[in-house]
Design a protein around this ligand. Structure first.
Ligand SMILES: [Zn+2]
Ligand SMILES: [Zn+2]
Length: 388
């Protein structure tokens, strides 16, 4: 039996367990940095499979690192497992987690013959938009020594190199002054009006931004009672640009919209966060091609999405990893249409038959990709050769 057959057999024997793990995480959604159960279940599964596991790495309590094998090519497989407020696993991170575990265990089983060192890194809080799990882990050395990183992410379709742009989440707070809204309105400073002016300015700004730029947000606190002039309001906003550079060009323009709200109403403004943005994804084309071949060998299809591929952009902290080491972040289809990511209907699709097939295919294709890369001398040299 060669390495690929060995890895495939391993995944076949793990299928029930991986689907059970995905379903369990799905039925117990945990928000970013609170994923205690998922972290425990995943790290225990890896530990039972012979990995040496460390939890709470890099001062991130719900992160983990699991290591197996001693081969020359060190692959890091990223597991995400956070959910979304109110709509559970509407981004299918249960599938990401289970496929990472499957790929990791399968690659580890053949690590010696294929020449692999396998790390499965548990990366919390992908959905938070700023200072997220992968960003903190990367800064604090969790990816040191890894030659490449990979993961698969559920979506309506398979896409080998999805367009992933830079993003930054921050909070805005306005402070005004309370007053009786009817008897003494002239004594109040209206912090909700500040937000209204800012939102109006942002709406107008949208005509003058680049096609890939995005500005979107929510009011998280709009006041306390209609008869009290609102003195405290808060909002969370995300801005996005094609690259970190374009994001930073957009940032001061959006900040000025918020300043306009403060200026117009006399409120005080405070912007919190936004200092550790998500980078654009730089897909490694060679690794992506190897993944595509392996996924197609399993019967997966990569439809030509044409312009939709340009338009349907998202962001992930895997982008930050991709600027540090060669990385891939293919989307894996779960046949969910018309439901798309971040809809409650998509949540339901993330434990469907198609979702379970996707997680097994994703695990298999990632393990096969790792083996192909490790056993191709030219690729091995490119990925492990002297770093500049
Ligand atoms: Zn996601
Ligand atoms: Zn998401």
């Amino acid at each position: 039996m060669n390495a690929k057959e060995g890895a495939e057999e391993q995944i076949r024997s793990l299928t029930g367990k991986l689907i059970e793990l995905s379903t369990r995480i799905h039925s117990n959604p945990e928000l970013g940095f609170e994923e205690e159960q998922a972290c425990q279940w995943l790290s225990e599964t890896l530990s039972d499979a012979g990995f040496s596991v460390e939890r709470g790495i890099c001062d991130v309590p719900t992160a983990f690192a699991a290591r197996a094998g001693h081969g020359p090519l060190h692959v890091a497989i990223c597991a995400e497992y956070d959910s979304l407020p109110g709509i559970g696993h509407a981004c299918g991170h249960n599938i990401i987690a289970a496929s990472a575990i499957g790929a990791g265990i399968a690659a580890a089983r053949v690590a010696d013959e294929a020449g692999l060192t396998v790390s499965v890194i548990g990366t919390p809080a992908e959905e938070v938009g700023d200072s997220s799990g992968k960003i903190l882990l990367l800064e604090r050395g969790a990816f040191a020594g890894a030659h490449l990183a990979m993961m698969v992410h559920p979506a309506p379709w398979d896409v080998v190199m999805p367009k992933i742009i830079a993003a930054s989440m921050f909070q805005v707070e306005y402070t005004g002054k309370e007053a009786h809204a009817s008897a003494f309105p002239e004594l109040g400073i209206n912090a909700a009006d500040a937000l209204t002016v800012a939102q109006t300015a942002i709406g107008l700004l949208r005509q003058h931004i680049k096609p890939a730029d995005r500005i979107h947000g929510i009011t998280t606190h709009g006041g306390d009672a209609p008869n009290i002039v609102p003195a405290h309001t808060r909002a969370k906003y995300i801005i996005r640009g094609e690259t970190l550079k374009e994001l930073e060009e957009l940032r001061p323009r959006v900040h000025r919209c918020f300043e306009a709200g403060a200026l117009a109403t006399g409120s005080k403004m405070n912007i919190i966060g936004g200092s550790k943005p998500y980078a654009e994804m730089r897909h490694d084309p060679e690794i992506a091609e190897v993944y595509r071949r392996n996924a197609e060998a399993l019967g997966r299809k990569f439809p030509d999405l044409g312009l939709l591929l340009e338009r349907a952009t998202g962001s992930t902290d895997m982008g930050n990893i991709s600027l540090a080491i060669p990385s891939i972040h293919p989307m894996i289809g779960i046949d969910s249409l018309p439901a798309v990511n971040h809809q409650p209907e998509f949540t339901q699709h993330c434990i469907s038959e198609a979702a379970n097939t996707a997680l097994i295919d994703g695990a298999t294709a990632m393990a096969m990709t790792a083996i192909d890369l490790a056993t191709d001398p030219a690729t091995l040299l490119r990925l492990t050769g002297p770093q500049p």
